[in-house]
Design a binder for this molecule. Sequence first.
Ligand code: SF4
Length: 422
Amino acid sequence: MSHTLDIAKINANATTQNGVLGAAVAETTPENSAEATPEATEAATKTTLPNLVGMPREALKTILSELGIADKAIKMRTAQIWHWLYIAGVTDYTEMRNVNKDLRQKLAENYSIERPEIVEEQISVDGTRKWLMRMPKLAGDAVGHEVECVYIPEQTRGTLCVSSQVGCTLSCTFCHTGTQRMVRNLTSQEIIAQIMVARDRIGNWPSMERVKDQNLPQTGRMISNIVYMGMGEPLYNYEHVKNAINIMADGDGIALSRRRITLSTSGVVNFIEKIGEETGCMLAISLHSVKDDVRDILVPINKKFNLETLLEACRNYPGVSNARRITFEYVMLKDINDSIDDAKQLVALLKGIPAKINLIPFNPWPGSEYECSDWEQIEKFAEVINRAGYASPIRTPRGRDIMAACGQLKSASKISKKVRAK
Ligand code: SF4
């Protein structure tokens, strides 16, 4: 299917309240971004201090203790810093007005609170925004790695789709990210950074004016939902993903309800119950087929954890109920998984699991070998599921023109030869 391209590549001199953003946005594309200008090369190869934003609360307390803060003051100082980072969104220690100068200086010498660089921002005709971000170089990185993050605004809510890995170890054959070799896991700081950048770009801090755009939510929270549906398999990056969820849900900071944070997994069964217990987040499963032989190809982790094992883990997911249903994602692939018989089997397979089924029209990407099911067939498929009593919305493709739709994300980051040889 072809689409009219109407991409606004933003690299204007728009500044945030911190005045740092416009200068950081470079006119590059995913294909050439890692080797663009000398400035970009320098930015990509510079190692930075560890970032305080996205560090678990307990880690922050330990840092303060190591910097000489008395035990009795640690709770109060942690609360102050937490406020400045997540409520005010500052990127400069001097703005932390109620933190004394000595502590601010010590923090600044050892920890960064800067955002990652935005390499490219694209805005779809439907208002979906996609950012390609270059993370600061960590120890072991040959360059600063790049990931994509997508914001999907609606009238009364906004969903941010975050990445958990640079690339992916799994090779789901319908997914563009699956063609990118796994580079490394993202840290909790790099996951939280995606939220901070999104808030910068849509003007979602108290000191900023909302960006005037009729496509952005007119009421309610501008980022009301977070979904781990970007690049990577989140359960293969368990600790960082867990820590990031707990920071997103911290009531004194970003304060998102855990019911509005959804982790989507291809089926890493041995971590499903654990993430439910330790975070209380909502669960989504990349299902895509009701037959093991077909799923073995579409979602190859099925060879390790087959459908029976996966669905058993779903039945045991902590807190699952009619009020907290599991979402099953089902990409509609012409003549592969879209028959009426498949729909009937899907209903039988999910029996007893409080579930909703998201039917996703396949979003093509360069080199993909599948076609999207015909619309008529998708509707017939949905009807079978609806009649069985399941909600089965057909997901409206968002951001297809900027390759931001489900399964289309990919960055140019590669694993360095040095690291690969280890
Ligand atoms: S669908 Fe998810 S797990 Fe599968 S290749 Fe894509 S990013 Fe990785």
